[in-house]
Write a protein that binds this ligand. Structure first.
Ligand SMILES: Nc1ncnc2c1ncn2[C@@H]1O[C@H](COP(=O)(O)OP(=O)(O)OP(=O)(O)O)[C@@H](O)[C@H]1O
Ligand SMILES: [Mg+2]
Length: 1034
């Protein structure tokens, strides 16, 4: 098995690739599926041999790196089924055997992941399979992309646009039974979900000359034959057509109405259906077919008569034409036989000679057909328009399927344009794929000479615009004068004797990248001018056919400017196309035609060698092997692979280039494998990028499964390698964890033993751990409020710190509590504090008073007699409480009110102010330590007005006394007595109150003349609202 041997040899250092190859079936491994793996990659013979081997096995696809080489099999292969499409969906480019679906899928994924518009450039000569390839790609997207119902319509229209455009724009040529006679660039628009939502087609230079003339063995555009063969009887009758193509001058020139590979009748059905899908209504179809039929009738317009008096010999055509085109027959007849000239401001009708008349007729046919074709493209575009483009938020994949390089026996203006286009595309291919290796490419002998074309086109234009006797031959002479010195240009006159033998006098020869082509200058000027007489234009502008009405605009008539020549228009549209393509990420499909006889299984080596040569495939391969096959913009590369390196994950902060350098270093790229450019990284081998991509997919996979983002630093590829690697990682990780656990336990035990020592290496881990765990425990169990006195017990080493923390914590809670309290509550608390200082642990009923809030007064306005209020005058009352006064002598109890003002305590008996005690005269206040409410206000005997001390009783004794103490500022003058209180009665006499605890409250005069007070023991604790509020506030 020399193949496998050489393969293995090449990839000996690349086990990964070998493994990958082995995963493919034996058949897939015929030859190499990527020319990059060819052992003798510089040998053209080896290249062709590889193609041949694979072609024999119906393996029509082979890669050169990411470029797909496709050989036309000329037979249906079972490789485009839905299963195949499924197989290539979302699969890495290199994992499956080469296929056009892989290219399509790769572009699609790049578009989605990198958010960059893509384009797929399909090139190759006529018949090589470009159009088929573009259809396959479209079908792939239609099948694999997500779709909603609305998207389905777009998908259908995208697919159905092909048969319509092919019917009107393709024809049988000598090279290809279904040759595209127009260039086509199609954008497929995808929304953010990746669903195809719209499309847009740009068409390039339709080969209009085919409408009026076909070379021998060729046909006109398919639609004419389809209509004649497939059109229903009624339809043909309405159009005035016969079911016989031989009847039509425009269809007989090539003498080839029937082609075995084409079924015009079934194609007709398909086209009719497609028109409906695209959204043509019946009227539009009718008008379109009227135009097609009228072109056939135009072809049959015969001229006769004498020179100078040319007339149309048959009336029937004009009758049909007038109806089908919706114009006046007489006006049309005149326009087909006369030319309008303007002399000295006057319009004159000058008769045409026979030749002029038939070329005017042909010009009209070409103009009508050409413009209708453009209208058709616009109509399709309208039906493909992405309606919801408010945000213009779609990505694009462009498909370029343009006429391939072609050489015939006689090559005319059309071939010149087509080959110019191909040369432009080849230049683009070089620029885009091989730019960084341009020097090397040039060293390979491939050079690009776009200037020669520009020169020829501008001379052609000059000759077309020049007044006087310009002709095709003067054009040729001019060429000889100006570009004659160019190495790639030669004419009969300039050629050496040998070349002269194979060149006509009316030919010039260009050396294209694809080979030499002789162009015959006959017709160049006319075709470039593409003129339609003004009066014919006028007739068409009056047409009632709605399509023609749009095609021939009246404004055109008033436009005095000469229209641009065909070559210049084409050149400009190609320049625009190049811009479009340059703005996108390109993929390439290089199509090869295996033989000239459209035969399956025939591998014409000479023909293929020629194509391999001019497609530059060998150079392509050499450059791939030598140069850098892959390039990625820094931001794209970094964004995609940053998770593979800890330094670039999650974001690289520095310069992009540095980030990429760090990343590839981590990934273990060898210096010869990559180069860093100004904005891109260049990677030499596909396998490097591929391996990185694999690594990425693995990382993502692990990430999803294990919620874990591994940083991987080596490359691996196959599932087995990945599994082994992952198992290794897991085992190593488990072992490491066990080791760590043992270490931890060991250190812990040692630390525990040394825990009471000074901090030392043996115990520092333990101490830190203990500290840490205490602090964590504290963190979880901090006291909730100032009343909560709980606090975790600290380890010995932390006792001091714990105490500091506790204080801090308390201060903090107090501070935040204080910050929260209202002024009223603050006042309450201040009073309570004073009460606490005075009575706490000193008077038995103090605890009961704590939960009861102090009130501002116990007597309101209505409780106090107005006379009293009047008597007090401006003196503001601060507190009032009902009290019981005990007479000094008989200790008779009398209800009274005690009022506190700013200056004095006043005892009120109903309406009278019975006694006023100025605070200055208040010597002290006595109260028992028991739970009674009696208290004595000691009054200075200096004050003559006073009748001695006052014995009072209050139900709110704590509150009352606190208020008196505050108002009179006598906090220090409160005496709490045990047993008895002595007080002055007046005139030096004394009274005594004896306090005793008992089971019942009793205040009475005792036999010894003292006032005896029995206080209740064990007062019940009451919980009042005030107390709960107090607690809650804490
Ligand atoms: N992948 C394929 N499988 C089977 N047949 C194919 C394939 N590709 C091309 N062919 C055959 O070759 C013919 C010519 O292919 P196609 O029309 O795609 O050529 P082209 O490159 O577009 O040529 P042109 O430049 O003339 O338009 C097709 O009609 C079809 O019969
Ligand atoms: Mg084609």
């Amino acid at each position: 098995r020399p193949n496998t041997q050489s393969l293995l040899h090449v990839v000996a250092s690349d086990g990964v690739r070998a493994m990958m190859e082995s995963a493919l079936t034996a058949r897939d491994r015929v030859g190499v599926q990527d020319f990059v793996l060819l052992e003798n990659f510089t040998s053209e013979a080896a290249f062709i041999e590889n193609l041949r081997k694979r072609f024999k096995e119906n393996l029509i696809y082979t890669y050169i790196g990411s470029v797909l080489v496709s050989v036309n099999p000329y037979k249906d292969l079972e490789i485009y089924t839905k299963n195949h499409m499924e197989r290539y969906r979302g699969v890495n480019f290199y994992e499956v055997s080469p296929h056009i679906y892989a290219v399509a899928d790769n572009s699609y994924r790049s578009m989605r992941t990198e958010r960059k518009d893509q384009c797929i450039l399909i090139s190759g000569e006529s018949g090589a399979g470009k159009t088929e390839a573009s259809k396959k790609i479209l079908q792939y997207y239609a099948f694999t992309c997500p779709a909603s119902e609305q998207v389905q319509t777009i998908k259908d229209r995208l697919l159905q646009s092909n048969p319509v455009l092919e019917a009107f724009g393709n024809a049988k040529t000598l090279r290809n039974d279904n040759s595209s006679r127009f260039g086509k660039y199609m954008d497929i628009q995808f929304d953010f979900k990746g669903a195809p939502v719209g499309g847009h087609i740009i068409n390039y230079l339709l080969e209009k000359s085919r409408v009026v003339h076909q070379n021998h063995g060729e046909r006109n555009f398919h639609i004419f034959y389809q209509l004649i063969e497939g059109g229903e009887e009624d339809l043909l009758r309405a159009l005035g057509l016969e079911r016989n193509p031989q009847q039509y001058q425009y269809l007989v020139k090539g003498n080839c109405p029937k082609v075995s590979s084409i079924n015009d009748r079934s194609d007709w059905k398909m086209v009719r259906k497609a028109l409906t899908v695209i959204g043509f209504n019946e009227d539009e179809v009718e008008e379109l077919l009227n135009i097609i039929a009228s072109v056939l009738h135009l072809g049959n317009v015969q001229y006769g008569g004498e020179e100078g008096n040319v007339c149309i010999t048959s009336d029937t055509q004009i009758k049909y034409l007038a109806r089908l085109l919706g114009v006046n027959g007489a006006v049309l007849t005149e326009a087909l036989t006369h030319k309008k000239i303007i002399a000295k401001g006057e319009e004159l009708m000058s008769p045409l000679n026979l030749e002029q008349a038939s070329s005017a007729r042909d010009a009209l046919s070409k103009a009508v057909y050409g413009r209708t074709f453009t209208w058709l493209v616009n109509k399709i575009n309208a039906s493909l328009t992405y309606t919801d483009d408010s945000h213009k938020n779609y990505s694009v994949i462009g498909l370029l399927d343009i006429y391939g390089f072609e050489v015939f026996q006689h090559n005319s203006f059309e071939q010149f344009c087509i080959n110019y286009c191909n040369e432009k595309l080849q230049q683009l291919f070089i620029e885009l794929t091989l730019k960084s290796e341009q020097e090397e490419y040039e060293a390979e002998g491939i050079t690009w000479e776009p200037e020669k074309f520009k020169g020829i086109i501008s001379i052609l234009d000059e000759e077309c615009l020049r007044p006087g006797d310009a002709s095709d031959l003067t054009f040729l002479e001019k060429l000889e004068d100006t570009v004659g010195g160019h190495a790639h240009f030669v004419t009969h006159k300039l050629a050496d004797a040998k070349t002269r033998k194979v060149m006509g006098r009316d030919e010039f020869r260009l050396l294209h990248y694809a080979g030499e082509v002789n162009y015959n200058v006959n017709g160049f000027l006319d075709k470039n001018n593409d003129l339609l007489f003004r009066n014919l234009k006028e007739v068409m502008c009056m047409s009632e056919n709605k399509i023609l009405n749009q095609c021939f605009d009246r404004e055109e008539l008033s436009d005095k400017k000469r229209p641009e020549t065909a070559a210049t228009q084409f050149k400009a549209s190609l320049a625009k196309l190049m811009e479009i393509l340059m703005s996108k990420e390109p993929s390439y499909i290089r199509c090869i035609k295996p033989n000239d006889s459209k035969q399956a299984g025939r591998f014409d080596e000479v023909l293929i060698r020629h194509q391999v040569k001019y497609l530059g495939l060998m150079e392509n391969l050499r450059v791939r092997r030598a140069g850098f096959a892959y390039r990625r913009r820094y931001e794209v590369f970094l964004q995609r692979y940053k998770s593979l390196c800890p330094d670039t994950w999650p974001n690289w902060q520095g310069k992009l280039a540095d980030g990429v350098a760090t990343l590839v270093k981590h990934l273990g790229y060898k210096p010869e494998e990559y180069k860093l450019g100004r904005s891109k990284i260049f990677i030499r081998f596909p396998k490097t990028l591929f391996a990185t991509e694999e690594l990425m997919i693995c990382a993502q996979c692990f990430h999803h499964r294990h919620k874990f983002k591994p940083f991987l630093s080596f490359l691996f590829l196959s599932p087995i390698a990945i599994q082994a690697w992952w198992r290794g990682i897991l085992a190593r990780r488990r072992a490491q964890r066990r080791r760590q656990a043992a270490d931890t336990i060991r250190r812990f035990i040692k630390g525990f033993i040394y825990r009471h020592r000074e901090r030392c290496p043996e115990n520092e881990y333990f101490l830190d751990y203990v500290r840490y765990s205490f602090l964590m425990k504290l963190h979880r169990n901090l006291p909730k409020n100032v009343l909560d006195k709980s606090w975790p017990t600290p380890p010995a080493a932390l006792a001091e710190a714990s105490e500091h923390l506790r204080k801090l914590c308390m201060q903090n809670m107090v501070w935040s509590y204080c910050k929260k309290i209202s002024p009223e509550w603050k006042h309450q608390m201040e009073q309570k504090m004073i009460a606490s200082e005075l009575f706490k642990d000193k008077k038995d009923n103090y605890p009961q008073s704590v939960p009861k809030l102090f009130v501002s007064t116990r007597l309101n306005g209505e409780d106090i007699n107005p006379k009293v209020v009047q008597a007090l005058g401006s003196e503001k009352m601060k507190y009032a409480v009902p009290v019981t006064k005990y007479d000094r002598k008989g200790y008779k109890a009398r209800p009274r009110q005690l009022l506190l003002t700013a200056n004095s305590a006043v005892i009120i008996e109903e309406t009278k102010l019975k006694q006023r005690i100025d605070y200055g005269a208040l010597k002290g206040i006595s109260v028992s330590s028991l739970s009674d409410g009696l208290f004595v206000l000691h009054v200075s005997s200096d004050d003559n007005k006073q009748k001695g001390d006052v014995v009072l009783q209050s139900d709110h004794v704590i509150e009352t006394l606190t208020k008196i103490a505050i108002c009179s500022d006598k906090i220090n003058s409160i005496n709490i007595n045990q047993g008895s209180i002595t007080f002055t009665v007046g005139q030096g006499k004394e009274g005594i109150i004896d306090f005793t605890p008992g089971s019942e409250l009793l205040v009475a005069k005792a036999k010894n003349g003292h006032l005896s007070v029995v206080s209740l023991l064990n007062l019940p604790h009451s919980q009042s609202d005030g107390f709960s509020k107090l607690k809650a506030e804490m």
